[in-house]
Design a protein around this ligand. Structure first.
Ligand code: BGC
Length: 464
């Protein structure tokens, strides 16, 4: 993923049913959510606090002081939500398991009522013909573990492996596809590097051990899942981005900045999983391959054990330049594209062809080491309301880009859109709406948007 110039977008293929059925037979159509963003019931049935329960109470941490205490109240509306998924025709549903709902202090005592909830969810999904696809960690670390150092502490990786074994023992008779981690890059950088997400630590590059400990936790969890679930299909959901330079920034220093950003965002997480080694981190002042003792002998064998799939979360490319002040700490500055891209309500540029670029580059970078890919998140925030043509155009454009990557030879097996429901969008609270289904957060009422109908027809057309 080196820097490159931008190419014009293919025309979005927006009308319902307009998208040519260019997806392989058996292609999996899904939607994603995450526990803290939808469940609510923050203290129900013995659930322990997570770092997000703590962080949302920090003044100024979340826009307008919103919290996930109630969120979509999915914990109490499970049946209604599964009925929506059935209506949509989903082949699979990606949700996350809340670690502190299952182990209130992160380790030791298991809360059976927490496991019961996921048991019911799995049964309801299977009853509706939908494959449950749980993610074990979508950022809601038990607060008790954070109090002991969180992901800065190597011990957290071992606790994650133990937690995976507990969940696998309960659900492994019915769940085949598992995702261990969600976006370890975003959790490291936003949660521990810049402090804009829980646990709110602003350590900049001192957050790097969080990358290794999450990946080690993945490896230990994967081993536990393989031991407990014969035929388990194991994935990690990585946030991946093509790295681009502006047209006016193409000097050697800019190219070095693009390489450095690619290392931090993409390769730091993909290389150890797929190649069993870390990229060179010299640009980050970490030339020692053992990172000063953080990476221990044997760790990379655990992390690099074969995966059954790579989950790719794609939202947009990232533009960078050489740092204006190289002494400021990071070897790049983030930049804005010069092109006038359409923007989501979040202000993110809409660049569907970035998905084709990302996938074809992953295939050429990793070759045979790249397992089949599932797009585990892709979607956009749009203004409230049921008429969301801009979301349809976004989805159609990205699916068109995905079809192009498949046509170019990338083995992509499924697509999960983000998100089924409007939900708690982290530091933005309820201000960003990503749902195919609108949620009225005062009443909990769910109303499908036009995009829901569009996706329903698309899925039906491919099935038919
Ligand atoms: C995360 C989701 C989030 C989405 C939109 C991803 O980074 O996994 O939890 O809601 O992006 O910001």
């Amino acid at each position: 993923m080196t820097a490159r110039s931008t190419r014009p977008s293919p025309a979005p293929n927006a009308a319902p049913g307009d998208l040519p059925p260019r997806f392989p037979a058996g292609f999996l159509w899904g939607a994603s959510t995450a526990a803290y963003q939808i469940e609510g019931a923050a203290e129900k049935d013995g659930k322990g606090p997570s770092v997000w329960d703590t962080f949302v109470r920090r003044p100024g941490a979340v826009r307008d002081g919103h919290t996930g205490d109630v969120a979509c109240d999915h914990y109490h509306r499970l049946d209604e939500d599964v009925a929506l998924m059935r209506r949509l025709g989903l082949g699979a549903y990606r949700f996350s398991v809340s670690w502190p709902r299952v182990l209130p202090t992160g380790a030791g005592r298991v809360e059976p009522r927490g496991l019961d909830f996921y048991d019911r969810l799995v049964d309801a999904l299977l009853g509706a013909g939908i494959e449950p696809t749980p993610t074990l960690f979508h950022w809601d670390l038990p607060q008790a573990l954070e109090d002991r150092g969180g992901w800065l502490d190597r011990e957290t990786a071992y606790r994650f492996g133990e937690y995976a074994a507990v969940v696998a023992e309960r659900l492994g008779d019915r769940v085949r596809r598992w995702i261990t981690l969600n976006e370890p890059f975003v959790h490291m950088s936003f949660g521990y590097g810049f402090g804009v997400h829980a646990p709110g630590r602003a350590l900049l590059l001192d957050a790097l051990p969080v990358a290794h400990h999450q990946l080690l936790g993945h490896g230990l969890a994967a081993a536990a899942l393989r031991a407990a679930v014969p035929g388990a299909q194991l994935l990690v959901a990585n946030n991946c981005t093509p790295v681009r330079l502006r047209a006016d920034a193409r000097g050697a220093a800019d190219r070095a900045a693009a390489e450095a950003y690619d290392v931090l965002h993409n390769r730091l997480f993909n290389d150890p999983l797929l190649l069993g080694r870390y990229p060179d981190l010299s640009a980050y002042g970490t030339p020692d391959p053992a990172w000063g003792g953080v990476v221990r002998e044997g760790d990379l064998d655990v992390i690099g054990a074969p995966l059954d799939g790579l989950g790719v979360n794609y939202y947009n490319p990232t533009w960078v330049t050489a740092p204006a002040d190289p002494s400021a700490g990071l070897p790049f500055d983030l930049a804005e594209p010069e092109e006038a891209y359409a923007r989501t309500a979040f202000g993110w540029p809409v660049v569907p062809e970035g998905l084709t670029e990302l996938l074809t580059e992953l295939a050429s970078r990793y070759g045979n080491a790249l397992p089949p890919v599932w797009i585990t998140e892709n979607g956009c925030s749009q203004p409230a309301g049921l008429r969301d043509g801009a979301r349809i155009a976004y989805l159609a454009g990205h699916l068109d880009a995905l079809a192009r990557a498949i046509a170019a030879g990338v083995d992509v097996r499924g697509y999960f859109t983000w998100s089924l429901l409007d939900n708690f969008e982290w530091a933005e609270g309820y201000h960003q709406r990503f749902g195919l289904v609108e949620v009225d957060f005062a009443t909990g009422a769910r109303t499908p948007r036009e995009s829901f109908d569009w996706y329903r027809k698309l899925i039906a057309a491919h099935r038919g």
